[in-house]
Design a protein around this ligand. Structure first.
Ligand code: VG1
Ligand code: CO
Length: 538
């Protein structure tokens, strides 16, 4: 079948953000929009002739249509094979795994992650490289360059493929292989964790719930938690993926997963509960009566990982994004292993993982993962927690208390001010940057703009967030979100350390109120954004 060449003019703003290109669904649905971005990707990677790609997404509205477009274009460009999740579904970590185990050249993942789905909500598309991880900045910059100079794209005039049946078909000269989205991923999990120990824990009466939030992890959690681990049916909540995530917001935090939080906080709640996001790479961990902040979760996982077979030889290092609390550093310090601080976004962990410098990575935004794939992985974090609980035979709350009594506690919270006028938000950031040169207000030791030099390839990334260091060791970070689709979201990250012999059980917002007030004094944030309080606090 001969490829058809079609003329196209560049679309404005096809610039990948923290994790791929995210826009309103209707923007993606404009004629030629997906085609332009996909052709830009193919051009930026030197074409797709002879290549193998993994393709799948979180099942949101427009997922299926976009996949058909990508398949036609990959075939027209001469790709030899496309490996597609059945029904177009693949969680982000499962896609990363497939790229790796199948030795694919790359992958196209369709997701706007934790953003809501639907024709009036959000859509997204990102490219992952052959290590299974998100394209690094050099590649995303090349893609953006291509989007600005495109003149044509290549496709086939063919009918849609049926993506519902497992097996192989062809499209032009390309083989399309439809795979079960869960099989390889579940097999990988089984190599990392002590499934027998977790199964015994559950058989002994340990109770748990997993909220898939109507998103992609439903089938994975059912197969693994209810299937291989023997948890009773009904353990997985909201387990059927839907195009609009049940009209919810598939963001596993105490705001959007409130029913789950209420459940574990109640007298007869389960011993453990967890949730994952739209594309399955985030996690929220809860124990009876307690919410584990993602920063603490990373530290606890780092301290206990050797209890799981996949990590029994110990960790080489731990990496965290800059705004993530320093709790993980304290563990790394005690273990005498490397601690790395990277800019926000999983793409910055890829080199550290490939080079064997870090085994575990994490972000305050509910992302944790390891060198088993090159994405953060929601279910992986849940299974590692379960493995640790099965071995330590303590409650989540006691594990956390024990951790704080050993390392001290980094009180931590993130305050988001959403959909703020972009010019106002940029003004707030610019004014804070101008204050870095001093004179500094009383109580503040240093203000700087975070720059990162990758220790593996030496690449430098500037302007990765403003840091405010206080005299007493507390820290605040401010940055603008790179995943939003409306105005600007200002994120304010607050933390304060309390030593092991200090007060370890203050209510979090209370513990951080003085820092939040100091940030407001410094920036005029509330008045300038016109908000009396943050829209979301995690
Ligand atoms: C947010 C988080 C960041 C995460 C990114 C992608 O980015 O803060 O930690 O890596 O989302 O996660 P931003 O730029 O909005 O702060 V996901 O699950 O949306 O792929
Ligand atoms: Co996600």
């Amino acid at each position: 079948m001969t490829p058809v060449t079609k003329p196209i003019s560049p679309f404005e703003g096809q610039k990948p953000g923290t994790s791929g290109l995210r826009k309103k669904t209707r923007v993606f649905m404009q004629p030629g929009y997906v085609e332009a971005f996909v052709q830009a990707i193919f051009n930026a990677i030197g074409g797709c002739a002879g290549k193998t790609f993994v393709i799948g997404g979180d099942g949101r509205y427009f997922n299926a249509e976009a996949i058909q477009t990508i398949l036609r274009m990959a075939a027209a460009g001469g790709a030899s094979r496309a490996i597609v999740g059945q029904g177009g579904l693949l969680s982000t970590p499962a896609a990363s795994n497939l790229i790796r185990v199948r030795g694919a050249d790359g992958g196209l993942i369709l997701s706007a992650s934790h953003n809501p789905g639907g024709i009036d909500e959000d859509f997204g598309l990102k490219y992952n490289i052959s290590n299974g991880g998100p394209a690094p900045e050099g590649v995303t910059a090349a893609i953006f360059d291509q989007t600005q100079t495109l003149t044509e794209y290549y496709t086939l005039d063919t009918a849609d493929l049926d993506l519902s049946a497992i097996g192989e078909t062809t499209l032009g000269g390309m083989t399309v292989e439809i795979v079960d989205p869960v099989t390889d991923y579940a097999a990988l999990m089984q190599t990392l964790f002590d499934f027998d120990a977790i199964r015994a824990l559950i058989a002994d009466g340990f109770t748990l719930r997993f909220d898939a939030m109507h998103a992609v992890t439903g089938p994975y959690a059912k197969a693994i938690i209810e299937g291989r681990l023997g948890a009773p049916e009904g353990t997985v909540l909201n387990g059927v993926p839907s195009v609009d995530f049940g009209k919810g917001h598939p963001d596993p935090n105490p705001i959007w997963a409130k029913p789950l939080v209420d459940m574990v906080m109640s007298e007869d709640g389960p011993d453990f509960a967890a949730a994952s996001d739209g594309d399955g790479d985030r996690n929220m961990i809860l124990g009876k009566g307690i919410y584990v902040t993602p920063s603490d979760s990373l530290a606890v996982l780092a301290a206990n990982a050797p209890l799981a077979p996949g990590y029994e030889r110990g960790l080489t290092g731990v990496a965290r994004s800059m705004p993530t609390s320093r709790a993980a550093d304290r563990v790394a310090d005690k273990l005498g292993i490397g601690a790395y601080e990277t800019p926000t976004g999983w793409k910055f962990f890829g080199n550290l993982l490939d080079a064997g410098k870090a085994t575990l990575c994490g972000e305050e935004s509910a992302g944790t993962g390891s060198d088993h794939v090159r994405e953060k992985d929601g279910l992986w974090a849940v299974l590692l927690w379960l493995n640790i609980l099965a071995k330590r035979k303590m409650s989540v709350k006691d594990i956390l208390l024990d951790h704080w009594q050993t390392y001290g506690r980094d009180y931590y919270s993130r305050h988001d001010y959403e959909a703020v006028d972009s010019a106002i938000a940029e003004g707030i950031m610019a004014d804070l940057e101008a204050k870095a040169d001093g004179p500094l207000p009383a109580g503040i030791e240093k203000i700087d703009s975070f720059s990162y030099t990758d220790p593996v390839d030496g690449s430098v990334s500037h302007n990765q967030g403003m840091r405010v260091f206080f005299d007493d060791g507390a820290r605040a970070v401010m940055r603008l979100s790179g995943t939003g689709t409306e105005g600007a979201t200002i994120r304010v990250y607050l933390e304060r350390y309390e030593a092991p012999d200090g007060d370890l059980t203050i209510e979090t917002q209370e513990a951080l109120a003085p820092i939040a007030a100091a940030v407001d004094d410094l920036t005029g944030l509330k008045e300038r954004s016109g908000r009396a309080a943050p829209d979301v606090m995690t």
